[in-house]
Design a protein around this ligand. Structure first.
Ligand code: NIG
Ligand code: FE
Length: 429
């Protein structure tokens, strides 16, 4: 949108006309949570105003303080709604083929996730269903899940590979993720998860798989510009910390940051490995100990908690939230949307579960899907309402942000503003 201001003034007896073209607009009559850097408060601004210039926040604060240079910008009345940063789902496996509903039923009859994996189910079952699909079929299957996240105000999503475990399908999954970023108004950050599990043909030779398939595939994917970070699954049923070391060294040599599925089902040394490589995040963490948390603090690694997996697998050991708090490790929350351990497709439900199951406060849960989730992806321009950041917002029909975590299965979203674009739902007189 363009606003043209004409100013006439006299200079040395000549009348000059100055023409100023402004691209911005104002959001007014709203309250907002700015979500400050330290993640310990909402940073609420009552009776706020936000000036948006193109894709960026030009100014935000209390409306009476709005600088006069913005007062002629077109104003949108948000009718006292509550605004937060656009939400971020920082850990998903949302690109995958088919489903594992039969395993859901097996688990209900008492089988464990590990038992199902050992019998050839689990990740390997999704492998077969994913390898059959083309890039466009992968995109087609993932888009309804992406749309559901966007309908809850998500503006940034991380998508992992890891259900191909051969060069072709791993690359196709990442290509599908990139294509989703072009087809939808959402930022997609990709993680190469070739080290999710050794595929059946390398079942007893995980090192061989890493050396012969995984690392060369990472190399190709990086050359094609398909990788934003490198991930692995450090677990007794997957890879050991020692085995993942070679992969992470390779990631380092490519200049790619790492993240890790760590201490989910057992204490496997994942946190210490993640810390040694200054990982962006260590995810799951149910079995993490205090010394692990201290290591994450030192390496400035974000703890990503995934209550959907904890809930689905009916785990009883909770991640050490009090210890994470004690050492000031930033906590992020994500859906872990995947067909096996977390068929959860709602970031709002993830918030609720993180409060009810892990005793996070609603404020911590919101920080977990905004400012701290941005850190877990190495992003600096999103996750907060602050001058200079990208104008990604979620506008809610709530009066307090804690309501977002409180209702279960209800979507309060009034509109999603992506890179400054106002949706028709908010463009009402
Ligand atoms: O984050 N933990 C490993 N990976 C996924 C599970 C994937 C699957 O079961 O398909 C997770 O929980
Ligand atoms: Fe995961």
């Amino acid at each position: 949108m363009y606003v043209i201001n004409l100013f006439m003034y006299r200079h040395n007896n000549i009348i000059l006309v100055k023409c100023e073209i402004m691209t911005g607009y104002l959001l007014e009559n709203l309250n907002f949570a700015s979500m400050p850097e330290n993640g310990t408060s909402y940073g609420i601004v009552d009776d706020g105003a936000i000036a948006v210039d193109g894709r960026k926040i030009a100014w935000c604060g209390e409306r009476p303080q709005l600088p006069s240079r913005y007062s002629s910008w077109r104003s949108y009345d948000l009718k006292q709604r509550f605004l937060t940063p656009g939400l971020i789902d920082c850990h998903t496996h949302i690109v995958h083929g088919g489903n594992r509903v039969s395993e859901f039923e097996m688990r209900l009859q008492g089988m464990s996730y590990q038992e199902i994996t050992e019998q050839g189910g689990g990740i390997n079952a999704t492998l077969e269903q994913t390898r059959r699909l083309s890039v466009s079929e992968l995109v087609e299957q993932a888009l309804p899940r992406i749309d559901a996240l966007m309908a809850e105000g998500v503006c940034t999503v991380e998508i992992k590979s890891g259900y191909g475990l051969d060069a072709k399908t791993e690359l196709d999954m990442l290509r599908a993720a990139r294509q989703i970023g072009r087809e939808r108004e959402i930022v997609v950050k990709t993680s190469f998860l070739g080290a999710h599990l050794a595929p059946p043909n390398y079942r007893d030779q995980p090192e061989q798989y890493l050396e012969k398939v995984c690392i060369p595939t990472l190399q190709k994917a990086a050359t094609e510009g398909l990788v934003d970070a490198v991930d692995g699954f450090c677990e007794t049923v997957a890879f050991s910390d020692g085995q993942l070391e070679a992969l992470f060294s390779h990631a380092e040599s490519l200049g790619l940051p790492v993240k890790l599925h760590a201490e989910q089902l057992s204490h496997s040394g994942g946190c210490q490995l993640a810390a040694r490589f200054r990982a962006l995040s260590a995810d799951h963490l149910e079995f993490a100990k205090e010394e692990d948390v201290i290591a994450l603090r030192k390496s400035r690694t974000v703890a990503v908690l995934l209550p959907g997996a904890y809930y689905t697998l009916k785990q009883s050991q909770k991640p050490p939230v009090k210890i994470l708090r004690k050492h000031g490790v930033p906590i992020a929350i994500a859906t872990d949307c995947n067909p096996g351990s977390s068929p959860l497709n709602s970031i709002l439900t993830a918030m609720n579960l993180s409060c009810t199951l892990f005793e996070l406060t609603p404020q911590e849960a919101l920080a977990g899907i905004t400012v701290s989730a941005a850190k877990a992806l190495g992003l600096t321009e999103v996750g907060q309402v602050k001058t200079g950041k990208t104008a990604n917002f979620a506008v809610w029909n709530v009066s307090s942000p804690s309501e977002l975590a409180y209702r279960i299965g209800f979507n309060h979203l009034a509109g999603r503003i992506y890179e400054g674009k106002i949706p028709s739902s908010l463009d009402q007189p």
